[in-house]
Design a protein around this ligand. Structure first.
Ligand code: ACO
Length: 331
């Protein structure tokens, strides 16, 4: 039973780096074509950070934008959560670096590692801290610099990912609005389908791990694709059931932006018309845990999120993991 009522988003912001890498640019470094990438993924270009910019740098900009939007001072924050698979380093956490950068002197801070589902997990964790009465204002950030861990010689993966960050402030809100339900899940038995093998305690960094390219993303795209199509529908139905809502009651879908074919499959199964689904992966590619907050922020700024409308956020990712939430927009 979910009782996560009356906690919602009161501030939202994002940041996307300026540098654009088009599909045509990629044809100069791997054997691919704009036609193949657009037809198989829907991606036309992606943004990447420069060598000096890390995940905490772009997370900080997104965080400041969200605080400004919500008219919230950094010292009012009780907790900062950063969902990322591309932290600045193993420790300290990227959340602690952001905490210092924005001057959130009263906030606890930690990272969440759940692949592309990380932002939904963050929303759930943050909501539950507020629901339990422990905290009043929680900043949830999804931030990634996937360009730093992509193997730029692997055409199976380098075409897919980009860099970006999005952030939301969570607070109590009007009764009956905000988050209506959450559904989170994991299946570690298929974790091998999507990994960054080296750099941890299993395979510490060594000359061999670097020369064998084991610090970059390895993915079985076909299997992840099948999992994604299946789980997007399953978790969406589950989260509707938890909120006692039916398919026809979803007003807008903001899905994880990994592949247009995965999004279209989910859209059809959820019986939604194209105008009810937000898509920006043509511009940014897959931003992992930043994908949903960036898309949500863009949809909000375009006036697509109306007060009282029910929005479904749904993601899948490394782990393997999945997560969804229903949100009655109330900003
Ligand atoms: N350009 C041209 N050809 C390519 C490229 C490319 N960039 N990439 C692969 N190919 C080739 C393959 O080598 C293969 O050739 P072969 O038949 O001679 O072996 C052929 O195209 C088809 O390959 P598939 O892998 O079957 O292509 P598919 O249609 O499945 O598309 C893709 C691949 C885009 C990776 C797709 O499987 C996908 O999107 N999977 C989901 C990935 C995903 O969502 N990952 C994110 C997870 S979230 C996270 O936590 C990071």
């Amino acid at each position: 039973m979910n009782n996560i009522y009356s906690i919602g988003i009161t501030g939202i912001g994002s940041y996307i780096p300026e540098k654009i890498v088009t599909n045509k640019d990629l044809t100069k470094i791997v054997d691919t074509s704009d036609k193949w990438i657009v037809e198989r993924t829907g991606i036309k270009e992606r943004r990447i950070t420069d060598d000096q910019t890390s995940t905490s740098d772009i997370a900080t900009i997104a965080a400041k934008n969200a605080l400004k939007d919500g008219e919230i001072l950094p010292e009012e924050l009780d907790l900062i959560l950063v969902a990322t698979v591309t932290p600045d380093m193993a420790f300290p956490s990227t959340a602690c670096i952001v905490q210092d950068n924005i001057g959130a002197v009263n906030a606890a801070a930690f990272d969440i590692s759940v692949g592309c589902s990380g932002f939904i997990y963050g929303l759930s964790v943050g909501s539950n801290f507020i629901k339990a009465g422990a905290y009043k204002k929680v900043l949830v950030i999804g931030a990634e610099t996937l360009s730093k861990i992509v193997n730029w010689e692997d055409r199976n993966t380098c075409i897919l990912f980009g860099d970006g960050a999005g952030a939301c402030v969570l607070e109590r809100c009007k009764e009956g609005s905000g988050f209506l339900s959450f559904d989170l899940g994991s299946d570690g038995s298929d974790g091998h389908l999507l990994t960054q093998p080296a750099g941890g305690s299993r395979l510490p960094a060594s000359y061999e791990t670097v020369s064998n390219n084991l610090h970059t993303i390895k993915m079985d795209g076909r299997e992840v694709f099948k999992f994604a199509v299946r789980i997007m529908e399953k978790t969406s139905i589950e989260v509707l059931n938890k909120a006692n809502l039916s398919l026809g009651e979803i007003d807008f879908l903001v899905p994880h932006q990994a592949n247009i074919r995965i999004i279209q499959s989910a859209r059809k199964k959820l019986k939604l018309t194209e105008d009810k689904v937000y898509v920006n992966l043509d511009k940014y590619g897959n931003l992992s845990s930043a994908s949903i907050p960036v898309a949500l922020d863009e949809a909000y700024r375009k006036g697509l999120l109306k007060n009282g409308k029910v929005i479904l956020l749904v993601a899948f990712g490394a782990g393997l993991t999945w997560g969804s939430t229903l949100l009655k927009w109330n900003k």
